[in-house]
Design a protein around this ligand. Structure first.
Ligand code: SAM
Length: 235
């Protein structure tokens, strides 16, 4: 059932192909996640078929948004590895760094990847603290369920090289349009330009989207600020 759900979701992504080996790796990761979730807070999604949809297929949609091959990719606030891990399990050659401020979640990713025989790059750190050392180092930065778009844009944009893309995964409804309106200044201020959105669904009646924000100029010096300043007065 799990594999069929992932396959059916991918049919909805313009018939995105997936083979048995990829499905095996992704299902094994779901099993490891749900087992560890019994003793550690990793996900609120506790039902395996829901993990198939809301974590695995959802993450894989990023592959439909741009060519990730040969790109340096950063997943900010990856938690237990979303979207980073399903992308790596789909294509282990992808160069993805998974960053999270909670070292236990990063340890979970490393242990799972070792069990699955996939090598991963991880960082246990706060995005705003490591950003000054990693300015413009990534072609693509993504993030899912971490912060409102104005805050997330400040946290993320400095990592993207000029000509690269910030591609946050967000819901797609009236509230998200307001969230986008509120973030317009932050996007421009941090050197970005919204060039499009890609909409999709993995659950009946629930639309989601990936925003495609091109980095058109360098982010200003001194940004991102400390987290207290970002959340107190978002850009
Ligand atoms: N991206 C995953 C997903 O979609 O399932 C996890 C989402 S979880 C709700 C948010 C994660 O962002 C947490 O694991 C948290 O530790 C991390 N996080 C929040 N603020 C962060 C920051 N400033 N730098 C790095 N990680 C952060």
């Amino acid at each position: 059932m799990f594999k069929q759900i992932v396959k059916d979701c991918l049919v909805g992504f313009d018939n995105m192909p997936i083979d048995e080996q990829q499905l095996d790796r992704i299902e094994r990761f779901a099993d490891i996640l749900l087992e560890k979730n019994k003793v550690m807070n990793l996900t609120a999604v506790r039902e395996k078929n829901e993990v198939a949809r809301r974590h695995m297929a959802d993450s894989l949609f990023l592959l439909k948004c741009t060519d990730l091959k040969g790109k340096k990719i950063l997943d900010i606030g990856t938690g237990p590895g979303f979207p980073g891990m399903p992308l790596k399990l789909y294509d282990p050659t992808l160069d993805i760094t998974m960053l999270d401020s909670t070292s236990k979640r990063i340890a979970f990713i490393e242990e799972s990847a070792a069990q699955l025989g996939v090598s991963v790059k991880t960082m246990a750190a706060r995005a705003e603290e490591v950003a000054p050392k990693m300015m413009g180092k990534f072609d693509i930065v993504t993030s899912r369920a971490v912060a409102s778009l104005d805050v997330l844009t400040e946290l993320s944009m400095a990592f993207v090289k000029v000509g690269g893309y910030f591609m946050p995964m967000k819901s797609c409804n009236e509230a998200s349009q307001e969230e986008l309106d509120k973030a317009k200044h932050a996007i421009e201020f941090m050197g970005g330009k919204l060039i499009g959105t890609k909409e999709y669904s993995v659950e009946e009646g629930v639309m989601r989207q990936v925003l495609i924000i091109e980095k058109v100029k360098h982010s200003p010096k001194g940004y991102p600020r400390k987290y207290a300043a970002i959340s107190k007065k978002p850009l």
